[in-house]
Ligand binder design. Structure first.
Ligand SMILES: NC(=O)c1ccc[n+]([C@@H]2O[C@H](COP(=O)([O-])OP(=O)(O)OC[C@H]3O[C@@H](n4cnc5c(N)ncnc54)[C@H](O)[C@@H]3O)[C@@H](O)[C@H]2O)c1
Length: 456
């Protein structure tokens, strides 16, 4: 998020200095290479490096020199108890306060729980006081809503910009100036108090995750009662009040934001004693959905099967594998003695860092499917949509296609001679079999799977 923000702000015409403690990352960025796959980012990075408007450093003192606004975009991962780990957030504002030699505005762009801005402001003020200096460093909340895969477009054309600022007209003006290139295109900037701004981000992500979990909750019912979730959500989504976005049934949400933000809201609910049962249910349904899919898959696999996994990133157009279904599923399959062949258009380098030589990396979907008993689609990259199903049938040794994103049509897959396992598609719609297993398999299904989360 920090890199995209820096590059886009430079593109707006601002003078930007990007700072990170990761030397390798900074060296890579300085050479014009983006450390993440994000459409359009690398070209814009190069252009702005060349223009001189954008520079990078690992030296905080250099980064702060004459700077008017400091944006902090550090990670806020979940703790064991679901709360957001704010250690880096506080470390950054304390470091900044130690070095500050003039007045500036400190903007928290990370997703943080309510009250974090106030705590940051207090910590900064305490350090300045201890140093015996009287600089003024107000803390603003400016949560970021960009989506991986379209981060650049989202920064240029956000649905809204949220700024939480408490009684500080000067700081507000500075934020208006920074975002003027966006607001000139009639995109709204909303000012509110810092506490409200901090909640908007969690509330938005939890609401979107709830839409996903609501649909996924209905999948089991559809499977049991012979309905098709695709038809159900199509019917629901045409109602303007509901809308069709985020009504897609699948293996559940993943990535670096939704799971952790839902968890952080649950932690806030527990900490404050304010019940948030919808958010709790959203998380539980998401976990259950992943488990159900894995159980259905495991129950069809022969011993020592070869499994092709299509898609490793948590969603298309990114190489981000944080909390991706592949990170849960692959270790599970390996532990059960199966052989894994994978393909992803951009996430394979990241996958190598996680799985090493334990799995086989392939250069195309068909190569991954070569001689496999089962193919599993985990990420809905476009390249998988165009697969020739008959060719897939002749490439596979077995004939199971597990579709974790409901990309394919049951009829098409069945016509190609493959056995389709979608999500939320009831037995009446199936010509051969579906995700709904036989009674024997269901008894296996009742045992919960112990998913060992990969921490990376
Ligand atoms: N990834 C997204 O799409 C996205 C979208 C909206 C909001 N956010 C929020 O933005 C925040 C950052 O997310 P991310 O995915 O970009 O995280 P990230 O882990 O990819 O990036 C954080 C960066 O901070 C650097 N860092 C760590 N300690 C530092 C320090 N003391 N000084 C300077 N840099 C330091 C790390 O080296 C790393 O490069 C999170 O709170 C996240 O919820 C992320």
């Amino acid at each position: 998020m920090g890199l995209t923000t820096a590059v886009c702000f430079a593109e707006f015409g601002h003078r930007v200095i990007g700072m990170d403690i990761d030397e390798k990352k900074i060296a890579m960025i300085q050479s014009g290479k983006s450390p993440i796959f994000e459409p359009g980012l690398e070209e814009m990075l190069k252009r702005n490096l060349e223009s001189g408007r954008l520079t990078f450093t690992i030296d905080l003192t250099e980064a702060l020199h004459e700077t008017l606004v400091v944006f902090s975009a550090v990670a806020t991962p979940p703790n064991e108890d679901f709360s957001a780990d704010l250690r880096i957030v506080y470390q950054v504002c304390e470091n900044v306060a130690q070095i500050a030699d003039h007045n500036f505005v400190f903007v928290n762009k990370s997703t943080v729980p309510i009250g974090t801005g106030s705590e940051c402001e207090e910590r900064i003020a305490a350090i300045l006081e201890k140093r015996g200096v009287s600089y003024h460093i107000p803390v603003i909340s400016n949560p970021e809503f960009l989506r991986e895969g379209c981060a650049v477009t989202d920064t240029f054309q956000p649905d809204r910009i949220i700024v939480g600022v408490n009684n500080n007209p000067e700081a507000r003006e500075r934020m208006e100036e920074i975002y003027r290139p966006v607001t000139r295109t009639k995109k709204p900037i909303l000012f509110m108090n810092r506490e409200s701004a901090e909640i908007v981000k969690y509330a938005s992500n939890a609401f979107l995750a709830t839409k996903i979990s609501f649909v996924n909750m209905l999948c089991e019912l559809c499977e049991k009662k012979g309905a098709n979730i695709r038809d159900v959500t199509h019917g629901m989504g045409l109602d303007d009040r509901i809308g069709s976005r985020f009504l897609h049934a699948g293996i559940g949400y993943g990535g670096s934001c939704f799971p952790k933000d839902v968890k952080a809201l649950i932690a806030l609910s527990r900490e404050t004693g304010i019940p948030m049962p919808i958010v709790e249910a959203t998380h539980e349904i998401n976990e259950r959905q992943r488990q159900r899919f894995f159980q259905a898959l495991l129950s069809t696999l022969p011993k020592r099967a070869t499994v092709a996994v299509w898609g490793l990133s948590f969603k298309p157009k990114t190489d981000d594998m944080r909390d991706a279904p592949s990170c849960d599923l692959i270790p599970l399959l390996l532990a059960a003695g199966h052989t894994i062949r994978v393909f992803d258009p951009v996430a394979m380098e990241n996958a190598k860092k996680i799985f090493g030589d334990g799995i086989t990396y392939n250069s195309s979907p068909m190569e991954a499917a070569q001689g496999a008993d089962t193919v599993i689609l985990l990420t809905e990259w476009d390249v998988f949509r165009g697969i020739h199903l008959q060719e897939l049938k002749s490439t596979l040794k077995g004939n199971h296609l597990f579709d974790g994103r409901n990309v394919y049509e049951l009829r098409e897959v069945t016509k190609a001679g493959l056995t389709y396992h979608g999500i939320g598609i009831g037995p009446d719609h199936c010509y051969t079999t579906s995700i709904f297993p036989s009674s024997h398999e269901r008894s296996i299904e009742s045992e919960p799977i112990d998913i060992k989360r990969i921490d990376h």
